[in-house]
Design a protein. Structure first.
Ligand code: ARG
Length: 432
């Protein structure tokens, strides 16, 4: 038996219901607590404008708080035949309180209700992501400090190029995460605006106090124009997607480096046996499957902005049911990203780093620029010094002096980890 808020006396077709409800009964569980928070703010506002009496409010608030407690305990379900979380909460209220439960939807539509749920959800989810980014950042900075003095080859065109260090390598990903944090902050600011009161998308003839719900829900400001508020469904998700994809790009790149540095031909890093995986035929194998899965997942996550753009391309203005499908795409994606971030942090906690990598003669040419610069400091013009060292290489006479002396800001000898940490700290302030 299906129960719809919009029931007008006929039973909808079951096939139609299954098709249109889709994954909402599961996915909406993630919105449940926010749905109740939104309703609590809405009914307080309705009371302030005389659409609910104080007595009614005093019945509704504890009943909603009970539902919230069930949600926190994991005891809330969206029953078969109930379309979504918004319907379930209203049915529960009406079952418990009778007619007063039916009053809470004045001046509201499920369109602004799901929007407010999503905004509150994304705010929290972005904070969770930023915490996971911060943990990985902290690990990378501490590895950078720990391995500051360990040199490794730097590559261009995947050919041996110039001296680098493990400190620079770890620190590079830390600083790269600060760029991603900028996008997280931007997505957070876009999400942190109140759509409640836009109702179906065109406002209401009730004198809704939108400033009041904005304050009750802790939003930075209302999304003022009711049509713009509805347009933010989709726009908010795309902003979140851009941030998710950026982090995934950074993490996927890191995962690729680790796979490569674990390759026996490089062997710059390794992990304890229990963090590697084996082969069913080759008894010697210790494979980097964790980082391969991470790389694959992160590559898929980078499709997120495109998936959303295609889903929402050329939709007519105002609510359209297509928008529901964004939940199917975005909810698993943020979970996946958090999982990858936590796994990276966990794995890097156990990473082992090879000492004296540059003693291997295959990296001798790493030092050519160092030797050119030494000649320059001794007074030789750069182009002559370049030619001198170049001829030695060409004729097989080149012998590296193996001294590396990089001191400028952001270089091997001065990776600026303090400045990078301060930059991250400043960005994170915006998410608290
Ligand atoms: N499940 C719907 C969604 O996510 C809720 C809003 C339904 N609104 C409507 N007009 N059918 O979009």
């Amino acid at each position: 038996m299906s129960r719809q808020l919009w029931n007008k006396g006929f039973q909808p077709d079951e096939m139609i219901e299954r098709f249109t409800v889709g994954q909402d009964r599961e996915l909406d569980l993630r919105l449940a607590r926010y749905d109740v928070q939104g309703s609590l703010a809405h009914i307080r506002m309705l009371c302030s404008i005389g659409l609910l009496t104080q007595e009614e409010l005093d019945l509704l608030v504890p009943a909603l708080e009970d539902i919230l407690a069930d949600i926190e305990k994991g005891e809330f379900v969206i029953e078969d035949g109930v379309e979504d979380v918004h319907s379930q909460v209203e049915f529960l209220l009406t079952n418990r309180l009778g007619d007063v439960g039916k009053k809470i939807h004045s001046g509201r539509s499920r369109n602004d209700q799901v929007l407010v749920d999503l905004k509150l959800f994304f705010r929290d989810e972005l904070v969770t992501i930023s915490n996971a980014v911060q943990s990985l950042f902290d690990r990378l900075i501490s590895l950078s400090e720990e391995h500051k003095d360990k040199l490794m080859p730097g590559y261009t065109h995947l050919q041996v190029a110039m001296p680098s260090s493990l400190g620079l390598w770890f620190g590079a990903y830390a600083e790269s995460l600060t760029d991603d944090m900028q996008l997280l902050v931007a997505a957070y600011n876009i999400a942190n605006q109140n759509p409640l009161g836009s109702a179906a998308g065109y406002g209401s003839s009730f004198p809704l106090d939108r400033e009041m719900t904005t304050e009750l829900l802790g939003f930075a400001n209302p999304h003022y124009n009711v049509v713009a508020a509805q347009m933010s469904r989709g726009k908010t998700e795309r902003a979140v997607a851009v941030a998710v994809a950026a982090i995934a790009a950074t993490l996927g790149h890191l995962a690729m480096d680790v796979c490569m540095w674990m390759c026996n031909n490089f062997a710059f890093v390794s992990f304890p046996d229990e963090l590697t995986t084996g082969s069913s035929i080759m008894p010697h194998k210790k494979n980097p499957d964790v980082f391969e899965i991470m790389r694959g997942k992160c590559n898929r996550l980078q499709a997120l902005p495109n998936e959303l753009a295609l889903l929402t391309a050329n939709l007519p203005l105002g609510y359209n049911r297509d928008l529901q499908l964004m939940k199917d795409i975005v909810f698993p994606a943020t979970t996946e990203l958090i999982d990858c971030l936590q796994m990276a942090t966990y794995m890097l906690g156990e990473i082992r780093v090879k000492d004296n990598i540059l003693d291997d003669p295959r990296y001798d040419y790493i030092f050519t620029v160092e030797d050119v610069n030494r000649l320059v400091l001794e007074g030789m013009p750069f182009r002559d010094a370049y030619r001198t060292v170049g001829m030695a290489v060409q004729e097989g006479r080149y012998k590296p002096t193996r001294s590396v002396n990089h001191t400028h800001l952001g270089s091997i000898g001065n990776p600026a980890n303090e400045q990078i940490t301060a930059k991250m700290e400043r960005l994170r302030q915006h998410l608290r």
